[in-house]
Design a protein around this ligand. Structure first.
Ligand code: SF4
Ligand code: SF4
Length: 166
């Protein structure tokens, strides 16, 4: 995965893809879940997360109370010690997030706590959330972080513009 090339492509395509997702909020094809699933399957033939890890390098997951309990136990730490060492509480949302990026658990481009990783990480990049268009703001934000999301939205745009009255 060439992340420099990804960043250049994301910078170039962000505006038109954001405009597409915004319009998708208003005009949702009736068979959207099926179309998204089909296009998403093509994305994962070309994208290998093991060669990327850009989400872990540039973003933070939200740690739920259950995540904190599970991960701190896995590491043999108290919840308080775990939070003190690595997390901070966001003022506006009250969410627990990483103090720094890249994530402290990223080792050799892999998650060192994979079995107990935060639910947010396990669900990322959220392509299978339904209905897809309700997550437009998330996808707009992730266009510049996640090559899979950039590819999905790019291919989705082409397909929707070709096949639907748009
Ligand atoms: S916990 Fe693991 S999957 Fe989640 S951001 Fe950190 S390294 Fe990545
Ligand atoms: S989810 Fe996206 S950003 Fe994270 S490793 Fe996979 S392709 Fe890269």
């Amino acid at each position: 995965m060439n992340l420099k090339k990804f960043r250049e492509e994301a910078a170039k395509k962000k505006r038109p893809l954001k405009a597409f997702l915004t319009k998708l909020d208003e005009i949702v094809p009736h068979d959207m879940p099926k179309v998204v699933a089909e296009v998403d399957a093509t994305v994962w033939r070309d994208i290998d997360c093991m060669k990327c890890a850009n989400c872990c390098k540039t973003m933070t997951p939200t740690f739920t109370p259950k995540d904190i309990t599970r991960i701190s136990a896995h590491l043999g730490m108290t919840k308080q010690a775990f939070k003190d060492k690595w997390l901070l509480k966001e003022e506006d949302t009250g969410d627990w997030v990483n103090k720094k990026q890249p994530c402290q658990f990223l080792k050799n481009n892999m998650c060192s706590i994979y079995e107990v990783r935060p639910a947010d990480c396990a669900e990322f990049p959220h392509h299978n959330k339904k209905p897809f268009d309700l997550y437009n703001d998330t996808f707009i934000n992730n266009l510049v972080h996640c090559p899979a999301t950039l590819t999905l939205v790019d291919r989705l745009k082409k397909r929707v513009e070709e096949e639907y009255e748009w």
